[in-house]
Design a protein around this ligand. Structure first.
Ligand SMILES: [Zn+2]
Length: 477
């Protein structure tokens, strides 16, 4: 067992949740007096009871009883499926899960998809197994961080491929190691990218990730990319100059231009997109995404980092993360330093255009997976809290609260193809549930204060959630 698992176990044991949680997962729990929220249908079913057995929902109804079950009073609360954050990084430092896992549970998030990791896969899988077996308290984790980039790689430890042959070899390794997806990254060339897509599909793995900087969105759609991370490339594909922008970069890279020059070319894209964004072209592109069932993980909340919309140093979310992470976030950042004056000046216009495009995508029927990009390596993006910020943003932009909830419950469970989860609360589904004090279909603000969180059948009542918060605040000093 590595140090990080000892840390997690110590945290869980301090709170007395692990032992009890394990016992609960093996026995029966009867949650009574809740209003079940059907996120897909938008309907409410009051006065329900839910029987949980061995981590799964066994029965749901108005007159469900059990003589042997531990009874939990839902006190008239609203029951929703636990939330998913479909784009996070919890393995960017040795101790990151110690903070990340409780932060997710505190915020009602019972599932996360990790999209890029600096830990060896064996250690990631050990943590995943620890959670599944009830030894470690945390959300369900999907290990989707097998990211593939051109040499030298944008992050340490990536899979690297510069030719179609290398791409096929890399996919074989990814499949053998048991990752959930193949993730494309930004600097791949088009031939290598296309080989990667074909190889991923050949071995039966979803192909997700960035649209590489030299590849058109339409090419990615035709290649059958199943999921795209981040939203900026959608707005770029709505520009009549998408091809010209891609060509400028391709030419510069082929000529061996220096890094600084490449950044200049990419930075110039924001202005060009604002000048050449075309609504009719956009509708066509979005329809193609819909037809291809290409899912998008927007991570719109990332804009807050670039615009300096950061929480105060004494905000609770800041105090719940380790002091050394806060210090690292306060230091100069390579991404902020790469911004040109022009990009800074146009930031609000670019964000507004992204949001307009996002609303069009939603209206067209592009499937959306709520995502935050939370990571210790991404300053001011917080495990847990940032996913709720992202959902609030969707509502601000024009989605209803139900539509926003759908992107964090029904849509991810279906996209991941999980046998025991589909965003409904019904027999046979995994008992990942959240009890809320008010109706979330009226306002998502109730997500900020869950009354109870149930993760894989393990019950955390409000006192247990408060205990997690207190522990994190003490450790964050
Ligand atoms: Zn990311």
């Amino acid at each position: 067992m590595t140090n990080m698992f000892k840390g997690l176990l110590a945290l869980a044991l301090t709170l007395g949740v692990t032992a009890g949680a394990q016992a609960q997962a093996q026995s029966e729990t009867l949650l009574t007096d809740v209003t079940i929220v059907d996120v897909a249908g938008g309907t409410l079913a009051p006065g329900q009871s839910v029987l949980i057995r061995d981590g799964l929902i066994a029965e749901v109804g108005v007159d469900v009883t059990s003589a042997s079950a531990t009874r939990l009073d839902g006190a008239g609360g609203y029951l929703i499926p636990g939330l998913w954050d479909s784009h996070v990084h919890i393995f960017s430092s040795p101790s990151e899960p110690d903070t990340a896992l409780p932060l997710y549970l505190i915020n009602g998030i019972t599932g996360v998809r990790d999209m890029g990791a600096l830990w060896p896969i064996a250690e990631q899988r050990a943590l995943e197994a620890g959670i599944e077996e009830g030894e470690v308290l945390g959300p369900r984790v999907i290990l989707a961080g097998a990211w593939v980039d051109a040499r030298p790689g944008s992050w340490p430890g990536m899979f690297l491929a510069d030719t179609p042959e290398e791409a096929r070899g890399v996919v074989d390794r990814i499949a053998a190691e048991g990752w959930a997806t193949v993730k494309a990254y930004s600097m791949l060339d088009e031939a290598t990218y296309l080989a990667l897509a074909a190889a991923a599909h050949d071995v039966g793995l979803p192909f997700v990730g960035h649209i590489p900087e030299r590849v058109a969105l339409g090419t990615a759609i035709d290649a059958g990319q199943d999921g795209m991370e981040h939203f900026g490339r959608v707005a770029m594909a709505c520009s009549t100059a998408e091809d010209a922008m891609l060509d400028a970069l391709r030419t510069a890279m082929a000529e061996g231009a220096e890094r600084g020059r490449l950044f200049e070319i990419m930075a110039a894209r924001n202005r060009i997109i604002l000048e050449t964004w075309d609504a009719a072209l956009c509708e066509t592109m979005l329809d193609r995404m819909v037809d291809a069932r290409m899912h998008v993980s927007p991570t719109l909340v990332v804009a807050d980092f670039y615009t300096g919309n950061w929480p105060a140093p004494d905000a609770p979310r800041m105090r719940m993360i380790p002091a050394e992470v806060r210090e690292a976030w306060g230091r100069p950042d390579f991404r902020l330093e790469a911004m040109t004056d022009e990009v800074r000046a146009l930031a609000q216009d670019s964000i507004a255009l992204d949001r307009r495009t996002f609303l069009m995508a939603h209206a067209a029927g592009v499937p959306i997976l709520a995502s935050s990009d939370a990571s210790f390596a991404n300053p001011y993006l917080f495990h847990g809290f940032s996913l709720l910020d992202e959902l609030d943003l969707y509502v601000t932009i024009g989605l209803t609260p139900r539509e926003a909830l759908y992107t964090a419950t029904v849509a991810p469970a279906r996209f991941f193809g999980l046998a025991d989860q589909d965003g409904t609360i019904a027999p046979g589904r995994r008992a990942d549930l959240v009890v809320l004090g008010a109706n979330p279909l009226e306002s998502l603000s109730t997500l900020r204060d869950p009354q109870m969180v149930i993760a894989g059948g393990r019950v955390l009542d409000r006192a247990a959630l408060d205990g997690l918060e207190t522990t994190l605040l003490e450790r964050g000093q």
